[in-house]
Structure formats: structure tokens, C-alpha cells
Design a protein around this ligand. Structure first.
Ligand code: 0A1
Ligand code: ZN
Length: 883
């Protein structure tokens, strides 16, 4: 029998719910394999529903129904209809009524990690997007908002800590101390995807925060016993985020307590459940010895992200899942702004743009491209994507660029006032900015419905006699799946023109107006801008600050690019020019290698790079970003057709080595100067020094001399923090030789008992470009510390191999593709959400050269034919194959 193809859910079919539930009482008796959930729902017909006579149909799946009562009367099995996914009343009362439902669930057996599950002995829940229906029957959709009161009962030895959303009402012992309970009440109506509970034997650290209006909030972070010290950074980040949201957006926290719980097994990074954020423990736990600076940064940003959701996501939630970017894009924008304010604005922007390009631009250029507000989905969990999150954040940023900061803030204030307590839409959000600023954003709205990365083709003509510079701009909108034709977008293009002295010339338009913010509104397919009073041929600095998520092309000479690197008044664009220079050098070298020639380009780039990196008045973190080459996947995306990852890898290593040789003494000097002085501190400046030193080390190591190897090995053994240790571990693992095994063994012996840190050991091996890596990775899937049921292990080993090791994942013999297919099929039986994510490693397969393409197709077809595969995997594999 052919498996049923699941039917897509469409935005255009959205209807308000026929019923509302405004009050929920839950009573959960925790048991490892048989947890009992009693729920009492206050239900009424929705006055805004289109059809008034629809029966009540509740969602529910993977649960056992034990009893159901309507207004206190037990229902017979003939009074309702039960399917695998729903419970429908045969006769639904017209007046408000109560429904009492008793269900049983098995947390221990739940490996999908949605609904109620157990990880490391701790009970926890994950309800976004549709996990609540795995706990009890409910209207599991974000536009049904209810107040929740939750009683949790458990064995006090097994689960001394009992938490749910909101404020604690009471707790106590019962049955002569054999059981205990806690009652939590959340006064804010919320959709059920924000429900959470936790029960377990956990330790905690506590602190408090005085809000701007003087209310004292208890803050607590729950972690495994013995890990208390490692939670301090997360607590510090939380308090800074709370203050920042008051200062920057006027948002105050609204409950008496704010709890954070770290768990070992979690499908994503973290979850913003009201007053009870649940985190993947790798995004909470950090100490100098156990976590890299990148992890410290990630913790700061994710703690802030989840906290910021309290207003953008919780107080104002989404009407339906098509509006996901309303909370995610906006909250990512907010956490990016926070990190920029806490650290360096420019470096933060560089990191965010790198991430956007490598994840989102790649997604947008392939079969999984979709609009920021999708119009159709089969499995909503497949839409927690870089497009919804990262591009979604860019759209909010563009609104700020178009309106200016003041009007943007006015629009945000209006949004909070107008929609507090509601489930809102993207259109309503944009209307707030229109109303607050008097700007029409009709054309801008297209960014939410059109997929694909626009290309801006620019050229500059200069007329010496008239002292005029003409900028011609054309926007190309590439077709994407289901969207062959597109309308022109409103693109804010921020520019500057550099005069011969390197300074910006005033941007005077023909009509005499001066463009003081430098932002050109691109609204047509083709447009020209004429600047007057320009004394000499200027060098254009375009897309300053990456003012729009577009690919920009302009024909500039190497000299012009080097000039921009050295002189641009916008430091972001200095970096962008360096990055463009590196990219075109690498692309050219790949071309040369493909023709059997030497990859000879790079001297000019290396010299220009040296000039700027040498400048020690620049922030260390910024100099470190300059030293980082574009990734192989960035190069693959630019090449876009007939991609040969082996050649890209070769070009990459050779350019690194050429820079190492050309700038050898500078890099050695940097390496020595940036050595640690004083005790470790995770602050941005100290982290920047470590990043710069490690960046120099990478390029020096690329020369592969004995001296370089000795330095590297010393770096590992002398490291006094995880940043340096892990950096050397990855380089040594990539390098091979005797030292590799010695260092891997050393790391393993030191960290084997640490469930978080050991992931670095798996990842360092999976990342290695050496030919033996596939064999090694296969072997590691059998390692006692590896488990397919643990998402962090899967991401560290299989995810790193498939998504961060292009040269070995794309072996010409297709063996790695077959390996990934095996893993995806096996994983799908446990955790479909993670299986579908791993599968997306194939998303650029059509851009590969023909041999690899054929191999990838075979592996994909095998996944497509696998029996009993989930909707998650079916949706992704069919999109990837159909494109
Ligand atoms: N809303 C969370 C991310 C998240 C999404 C889905 C999950 O399970 C399916 C879990 C977490 C955030 O943006 O942080
Ligand atoms: Zn989020």
C-alpha cells in the first residue's frame, strides 16, 4: 500500500476557531511510564467563528484516553468520536460548558522529545509547535488563549523540584510524605504551546532583579547537581537582558518569578514557555575550562532571546503558525541588537551577516526556499528555519532602516499597546509602523511573501565634465519553488561615495536634496540615481551595514576593493570588501584548479589584508573577523553550478597557506602579543584577543611547517581555557599525524564524564577533512557515549559531518551520502524532527557536479522509499527531490 501523502495546511484556509477555551486546570501525576493527566477545560463557542454549529474537535495524539466528562457527566464511547489525532464530541452544547478529560502518557518512551518526556531522569515538556496534544486533548492552536492552573504531583525523592508556568500558589507533602505536590498559576492567558512543566532532582542557583517600577523578581536557574558554578554566566546574561529590554524597548517583566531549566536532551536551543524557559544544557552551562568564547556568546544571546519572547511571542503571540516570523524574526532582531549593545556593534553585525549568508542564502537558493511567511506546510516543525528566523530579523531591521530609529520605536510601542494579550499577524505588525510613522509599507510587505535572495546589479558611471556620478541599480528576482515570477521589492540600499582622500563625499541628488542617512529607496526593477558636485571619480561603498538581505554585484578593480578595505568610513563595509576580495580570489583559484592550473591568486589579497589587520587601533575581535576566510559553503554558493567541493577545499587550504606565508611575521607577532595576561574573563574584549590569536594560529598552521605544528601542539597543551584548547583540537584533528591521536586521546580522557564538553570531541573528529573521516565517524556512531536518541550527540557527530565538512561529506564515491541516508532512516523512527533537520544537508545537491549529483540522488531516493517514514522527513525529501 502506498503511504498516504499528508495534506498540506494552507494560510488561505485560516478560520477562527469554532470554540474557545479560556480556563484550564491541569492535574499531572508524574510517573516514568504512566503519567496521569486530568484536565478541566472551560469551553464556549467563539462569537467570532464563521460557523456556529460546528462540533467541538480537540487535537490529541500518542495518548491514551481514560475518561471524559461533560458538565460533570461521564460520556459513553458513543458520545464522541476518537481518531489517531482527534477527539470530537457528537453533540456539542451551545452554552459554555466544562469538559474533564483523563489521559495517560508514557514519558520514558517518548524519544521524539515533543510533549512530556524524560531526559536524564528529569521530566520536562516541549509543546511548541504542536506538543501539547501529546499530553492531553486540546485546541492545540496558537489563537486559543487560556489561563492555566497546574497541579503537579510526584514522588519527592524522584522529583523534589516541581515547576510550571507563572507563580507558585502552594506546595506540600501528602500520603504521609510519600508524595508531594505543587500548584502553579499563570495569570496571563496563553496558547498551549507556551505551557511547560518540569519535575526532577535538580540543583539551582538563585538571584533577583528589581524591575524599573520597583518590583522584585526571583530568578532561578535549575541545573544538574554539581553544575552550579557553570550557571553563573547565564544568570548574569539574564539580568542584563532584563535591564536592556526596559531601557531599549520599555518592556518590564510581569511575573513574580522567572525560572530557567537546563536539560540534556532537547530538540532545539531553548524554549520561551511563560515564566519557565527550558534550555538545552549546552546553552546554559559555561565555565572558562569547559566552554569556548563562542559558547559564552551563544548563551548570552539565547538567554536574552528567550527572555525577550516574554513580550514578543508570549504577551503578543501568533494567530497561526504561518505568522511564526512575527515572534521569531522580531525576537532574533531584538537579541542581535542586545548583543551588539553589549559587545561590538560592528563585530556583531559581521557575525549575523555571516550566519545569514551561510544558512539563509543557501536555503533560499535551493529546493527548501520559502517565504518568510510561508503559505503552506505539511509539518510545521520543518519551518523553524533560517529564513523565518534570520531573514525574518533582517526584515525587521529594514523597517528600522527605512523609518529611522525614532519612528521604528514608535511603531514598536504602538504594537505593544495595540496587540497586548492578542494573537496577532504580520500584517497587523506592519500596520503599526505605517500608523506610527505615516509611511506606506505596501510594497515592503512583499518581502514577507516572496522567497529568494534578490540580486542588485549596480554600476557607477562618472562624468568628469559635469562632476556627476550615476549609480544604476537593477534588481533581479530569481525564481524559487512555486514562485516563478516576482514583483520588484522595496530595498533600502545604504551607500557612500569615497573621494580620492578616502573620505565620503556629500550625497547631493539632482533635485538638490542631500541624502543624509545615505539610504536609497530601491523600488523599481531598474533605477538610476544621479549625484552632483562630485569632484573626482568616486569609489562606491554599497550596501553599508548590509542594509538589505541581497546579493550585490558591481564591477570593481582589485585596487578599488583594496581601497575600500583600507578607507571605508563604515567599518562593516571594510570587512565586507575584505570578504568580497577573498571570495573572488577563491572562486578564481577554483577555476584555475579546475583547468589543471596552479591556484596562483592571493598575493594582492594577502597584502591588502596585512595592511588593515596590522592596525592595532582596531578592535581585536574585528581584526579576528578579517582574518577568517569565507567558508567553503560560501564559495560553493557563489560558484552555484557544477560545484566540486574537493577543489574548493584545496583552494581554501592553499589561500590560507599563502596568507600564512605572506604575512608570517605579522601573524607571529600577533600570536605573541595577544597571549593571555591575567585571569580569564569572558568579556568581549578578552574574547576578541583570544579570537585574534587563534585566527593568526590557524593561518600560520596552514603553512604546515614543523615549527607551526610544534606551536599548535603547545597551544593545546598549554591552554588554560576551552577556547584555546578546542581551537587547537579542531586544527590538530584536521591536520593529521601522530599528534592528532595523542591530543584526541588526551581530550577524551579529560572530558569523557562531561556530557556537554564531550560533544566537542565528537565534532572535532567529524569536522576533519582527512580521508579516514567517514570511517571514523561510522565507528563513533557505535561509541558508548554516542546515542541516536540524544539530539546533541547527533548534531555533534552526524550534523558536523554532513553540514560542516563539505569535502568528506561530498566524497565522489557517494559513501557519505549513503551513510547519512542510513542515519536519517534510523533516526526517523526515534525523532522525526531531528531526522528531517539532518536530511537538509542535501539541500544543495543539485548544484554539485554530475558524478556527485547522481550519487546524492540515489541516497535521497532510498530515503524517499523508506517504509513508515514521518511526515517531517517525507516533506523535506520530496521537496529536495522534486526541485
Ligand atoms: N521558540 C523557540 C524555538 C523552538 C521551536 C520549536 C521547538 O520544538 C519543536 C523548540 C524550540 C525559540 O525560538 O527559541
Ligand atoms: Zn525564538
Amino acid at each position: 500500500m502506498k503511504p498516504k501523502t499528508p495534506r498540506p495546511i494552507l494560510l488561505k484556509n485560516y478560520r477562527p476557531p469554532a470554540h474557545l477555551i479560556n480556563k484550564v486546570d491541569l492535574d499531572v501525576e508524574l510517573h516514568p511510564t504512566r503519567t496521569r493527566v486530568r484536565s478541566r477545560l472551560s469551553v464556549r463557542a467563539n462569537p467570532k467563528a464563521r460557523s456556529k454549529k460546528a462540533p467541538l474537535r480537540l487535537d490529541g495524539t500518542h495518548i491514551e484516553l481514560a475518561e471524559i466528562k461533560l458538565n460533570g457527566k461521564k460520556l459513553a464511547s458513543t458520545d464522541y468520536k476518537l481518531t489517531d489525532t482527534s477527539l470530537t464530541l457528537i453533540k456539542t452544547p451551545a452554552k459554555p460548558f466544562t469538559l474533564e478529560i483523563v489521559t495517560f502518557v508514557n514519558p520514558e518512551a517518548n524519544k521524539a522529545l515533543q510533549g512530556l518526556y524524560r531526559t536524564n531522569g528529569v521530566y520536562c515538556t516541549q509543546c511548541e509547535a504542536e506538543g501539547f496534544r501529546r499530553i492531553t486533548y486540546f485546541l492545540d492552536r496558537p489563537d486559543v488563549l487560556a489561563t492555566f492552573t497546574v497541579r503537579i504531583e510526584a514522588n519527592p525523592e524522584e522529583a523534589p523540584v516541581l515547576l510550571a508556568n507563572g507563580n507558585l500558589l502552594e506546595r506540600g507533602l501528602i500520603v504521609g510524605g510519600k508524595r508531594h505536590y505543587a500548584v502553579w498559576h499563570d495569570p496571563f492567558p496563553k496558547p498551549c504551546y507556551l505551557f511547560a512543566l518540569v519535575g526532577g532532582d535538580l540543583s539551582s542557583i538563585a538571584s533577583s532583579f528589581r524591575t524599573i517600577s520597583g518590583r522584585e523578581v526571583d530568578l532561578r536557574i535549575y541545573i544538574e547537581h554539581g553544575k552550579e558554578e557553570r550557571a553563573a554566566w547565564a544568570m548574569d546574561s539574564l539580568k542584563r537582558a532584563m535591564r536592556w529590554d526596559e531601557e531599549r524597548f520599555g518592556r518590564e517583566y510581569d511575573l513574580e518569578v522567572f525560572n530557567v531549566v537546563a536539560v540534556s536532551d532537547f530538540n532545539m536551543g531553548a524554549m520561551e514557555n511563560k515564566g519557565l524557559n527550558i534550555f538545552n544544557d549546552r546553552l546554559v552551562l559555561a565555565s572558562p575550562e569547559s566552554a569556548t568564547d563562542t559558547t559564552f556568546e551563544a548563551i548570552e544571546s539565547v538567554v536574552a532571546h528567550e527572555y525577550f519572547h516574554n513580550w514578543t511571542g508570549n504577551r503578543i503571540t501568533c494567530r497561526d503558525w504561518f505568522q511564526l516570523c512575527l515572534k521569531e524574526g522580531l525576537t532574533v532582531f531584538r537579541d542581535q541588537e542586545f548583543s551588539g549593545d553589549e559587545r561590538s556593534e560592528t563585530v556583531q553585525r559581521i557575525l549575523d551577516v555571516r550566519r545569514l549568508k551561510s544558512l539563509q542564502f543557501t536555503e533560499d537558493a535551493g529546493p527548501l526556499a520559502h517565504p518568510v511567511r510561508p503559505e503552506s506546510y505539511i509539518e510545521i516543525n520543518n519551518f523553524y528555519t533560517a529564513t523565518v528566523y534570520e531573514k525574518g530579523a533582517e526584515l525587521v531591521r529594514m523597517i528600522q532602516t527605512i523609518l529611522g530609529r525614532e519612528n521604528f520605536r514608535r511603531g514598536m510601542d504602538l504594537y505593544f499597546n495595540r496587540h497586548d494579550g492578542q494573537a496577532a499577524t504580520v500584517d497587523e505588525f506592519i500596520a503599526c509602523f505605517e500608523d506610527a510613522s505615516g509611511t506606506n509599507l505596501t510594497q515592503f510587505r512583499l518581502w514577507y511573501s516572496q522567497a529568494g535572495t534578490p540580486e542588485l546589479v549596480c554600476s557607477l558611471r562618472y562624468d568628469k565634465a559635469k562632476r556627476q556620478a550615476n549609480l544604476d541599480v537593477e534588481q533581479l528576482l530569481p525564481p524559487t519553488p512555486d514562485q516563478p515570477h516576482k514583483k520588484p521589492l522595496h530595498i533600502p540600499l545604504k551607500i557612500g561615495l569615497l573621494g580620492g582622500n578616502g573620505h565620503d563625499v556629500a550625497l547631493k541628488l539632482e533635485d538638490g536634496k542631500e541624502l543624509d542617512d545615505g539610504v536609497l529607496p530601491i523600488t523599481k526593477r531598474k533605477q538610476s540615481f544621479r549625484f552632483t558636485n562630485v569632484p573626482n571619480r568616486p569609489v562606491p561603498s554599497l550596501l553599508r551595514g548590509f542594509s538589505a538581505p541581497v546579493n550585490l554585484t558591481i564591477n570593481l578593480s582589485d585596487d578599488d576593493v583594496a581601497f575600500l578595505m583600507a578607507n571605508d568610513a563604515d567599518p562593516f563595509n571594510c570587512w565586507q570588501s575584505a570578504n568580497n576580495f577573498a571570495t573572488r580570489t577563491l572562486v578564481e583559484n577554483v577555476r584555475l584548479l579546475a583547468k589543471g592550473k596552479r591556484a596562483s591568486k592571493g598575493q594582492l589579497y594577502a597584502k591588502a589584508l596585512g595592511e588593515i589587520v596590522r592596525n592595532d587601533t582596531l578592535e581585536a575581535a574585528y581584526r579576528a573577523e578579517l582574518l577568517r576566510l569565507p567558508s567553503s559553503s560560501d564559495i560553493a554558493r557563489v560558484i552555484s553550478k557544477n560545484v566540486d567541493p574537493t577543489l574548493i577545499h584545496r583552494a581554501h587550504s592553499q589561500l590560507a597557506s599563502m596568507i600564512g606565508r605572506t604575512l608570517g611575521s605579522l601573524l607571529e607577532a600577533i600570536y605573541d602579543e595577544m597571549a593571555e595576561d591575567g585571569p580569564f574573563s569572558p568579556d568581549a574584549e578578552s574574547a576578541g584577543r583570544r579570537a585574534l590569536r587563534n585566527g593568526a594560529l590557524t593561518l600560520l598552521t596552514a603553512r604546515r611547517t614543523n615549527r607551526d605544528l610544534t606551536r599548535l601542539s603547545k597551544h593545546y597543551f598549554k591552554a588554560s581555557n576551552m577556547t584555546d584548547q578546542a581551537h587547537a583540537l579542531f586544527l590538530l584533528s584536521a591536520h593529521g599525524g601522530m599528534e592528532r591521536q595523542r591530543v584526541l586521546n588526551d581530550f577524551y580522557e579529560h572530558w569523557k564524564a562531561d556530557n556537554v564538553v564531550i560533544d566537542t570531541w565528537f565534532a572535532a573528529q567529524a569536522h576533519s577533512p582527512l580521508a579516514a573521516t567517514l570511517r571514523q565517524v561510522k565507528k563513533l556512531t557505535k561509541h558508548p557515549l554516542f546515542s541516536l536518541a540524544a539530539p546533541n550527540k547527533v548534531r555533534a557527530l552526524i550534523g558536523t559531518f554532513a553540514m560542516a565538512n563539505p569535502v568528506q561529506f561530498n566524497r565522489p564515491d557517494g559513501a557519505s551520502y549513503q551513510f547519512l541516508a542510513d542515519q536519517v532512516i534510523a533516526l526517523d523512527r526515534l525523532n522525526p524532527q531531528i531526522a528531517a533537520r539532518m536530511l537538509s544537508a542535501f539541500r544543495s545537491w543539485r548544484a554539485l557536479e554530475t558524478g556527485r549529483k547522481a550519487q546524492a540522488r540515489k541516497a535521497l531516493q532510498r530515503i524517499a522509499k523508506a517504509k513508515g517514514s514521518s511526515h517531517d522527513v517525507q516533506e523535506i525529501v520530496s521537496k529536495i527531490l522534486e526541485s
